[in-house]
Design a protein around this ligand. Structure first.
Ligand SMILES: O=C(O)CCC(=O)C(=O)O
Ligand SMILES: [Fe+2]
Length: 254
């Protein structure tokens, strides 16, 4: 109990944030997809896109990467290639305009207007790659962050599936993690903490699924894209903010 009380400040801070921005959540628990995101941290929607649509999108990503005049972000190993703002380049790489996804994400944030973009990514096996997101992390500490991820290729355990510690983005779990392990609710890079999580009985889910599967996730929870062990993985990811796209993304946008 002592450990828990030592961290009461974190609990108070989280509760204040949730009281201000999270009280809408209770009435959202009746919508199945939203309820899954709020309770577990993610929802999986199978067959959201057809295999043909996914193939067309993969070909477009390859073409944009090869063209050489696309604004591209790559990790130092060139395993992860990202086209930020792919929705502005090609309708086949746009899930930002998708009405269903927008309605779910707007409900989660409890706002009418959102700012963001689609990011098209190709991850390929390179020795030593860290996977999408470059290791275990939270996208944000305290403030809400929700994303939509659409797999454009079949994702088996060796093709970098999204991995997520169930419930880890929920207020009470975040508080307990800090109280039990000393990992602050403000810490967002969590590479190297896997052993600590597992010692505390936490288990992660691995979202292997065919091309066309849509994932809606609360990325305030602890997650990563597993490092690629073989082949490649293509995906479209929607990023969202309530107050506008942060300045640090601007130079990367297409
Ligand atoms: O692409 C993934 O599997 C997850 C990457 C990630 O960390 C994110 O989109 O926030
Ligand atoms: Fe992330």
């Amino acid at each position: 109990m002592k450990g828990y009380l030592n961290n009461i400040e974190s609990l108070v801070r989280l509760c204040k944030y949730e009281k201000k921005y999270g009280t809408h959540k209770l009435k959202k628990l009746f919508t199945p997809v939203i309820s899954q995101v709020l309770r577990h941290g993610y929802a999986v929607i199978p067959e959201y896109w057809s295999r043909d649509k996914c193939e067309r999108a993969r070909n477009k990503i390859d073409a944009f990467i090869e063209a050489g005049d696309t604004n591209l972000w790559q990790d130092p190993l060139k395993s992860d290639s990202r086209i930020m703002g792919s929705n502005n380049l090609d309708p086949d790489l746009d899930i930002y305009s998708d009405k269903y996804i927008t309605s779910i994400i707007s409900s989660l944030y409890n706002v009418q207007e959102l700012h963001g973009f689609s990011m098209a990514a190709k991850l390929r096996y390179v020795e030593g790659n860290l996977g999408s997101g470059q290791g275990w992390h939270r996208d944000s500490a305290v403030v809400h962050q929700f994303k939509a991820i659409l797999y454009l290729s079949d994702v088996a355990p060796t093709q970098g599936p999204f991995q997520y510690f169930k419930g880890s983005g929920n207020l009470f779990d975040m508080y307990c993690l800090e109280a039990k392990t000393g990992i602050s609710i403000d810490e967002n890079r969590l590479e190297g903490k896997l052993a600590t999580f597992e010692k505390n009985g936490m288990e992660y889910d691995e979202l292997c699924a065919p091309a066309g599967t849509l994932v809606i996730a609360n990325t305030r929870g602890i997650h990563r894209g597993k490092p690629i062990e073989q082949g490649d993985r293509y995906a479209l990811t929607n990023y969202y903010w309530k107050e506008g796209i942060p300045c640090n993304f601007k130079p990367l946008m297409n």
